[in-house]
Design a protein around this ligand. Sequence first.
Ligand SMILES: Nc1ncnc2c1ncn2[C@@H]1O[C@H](COP(=O)(O)OP(=O)(O)O)[C@@H](O)[C@H]1O
Ligand SMILES: [Mg+2]
Length: 209
Amino acid sequence: MYKEFFGLRANPFNVNPDPRYLFLTRHTEEALACLTYGIQSRKGFVLLTGEVGTGKTTLINKLLEWLRAQQVPTAFIFNSRMNVPQFLDYMMADFGIPCDTRSKSQILLRLYNWLLDRYRAGETAVLIVDEAQNLADEVLEEIRMMTNLETFTEKLLQIVLVGQTELEQKLKGLTFSSACGLPALTASRFLKGKHSVQFTAIRAGSRVW
Ligand SMILES: Nc1ncnc2c1ncn2[C@@H]1O[C@H](COP(=O)(O)OP(=O)(O)O)[C@@H](O)[C@H]1O
Ligand SMILES: [Mg+2]
């Protein structure tokens, strides 16, 4: 009913992490810049952590939108509770790499050759894993090994791990080219809420403001 009253085209308060409604606070802007910098500099691993509800998934949906607009090949893993074969299978399918084998070494070889082709074509492939704090140790180890796919100077696959703050604990010992964080909501961020509501309403087509 309020959609009609405010002249909205869509429900602006969906719980879905819809990137159209992303409100760029200083923190989200910094985190987005940090992610894009990490990917563009081709150093391998980028980490994004924050408490539940701080906007990580919304932000990476925005990042995915940006990467796809630039024709960057991406694979987005949103279900982190997979075993190694499921993980590899899903990643290959999402990258669009034809793969009819079940053998792990053959899958990795295909991935490597495909990444080399991308590299020669001047492209960067990006793997994004959401809720990475839930990754099984074996899957995390597989991901870590994939950063070894490299030329003499650059990593062939850029990996963005997104998760709750306990992920940092889980990844102790790994080095990241960029570690980006989204701080938990604080009073000062709540004060900015009015603008966020206004922004969301404008995006959703309000004629009232
Ligand atoms: N910067 C933002 N702009 C607009 N909406 C946001 C922003 N950050 C979070 N939200 C909203 O908050 C909710 C939780 O965000 P989400 O991205 O799922 O958080 P997380 O992945 O960190 O748990 C979603 O409904 C999302 O639309
Ligand atoms: Mg999330």
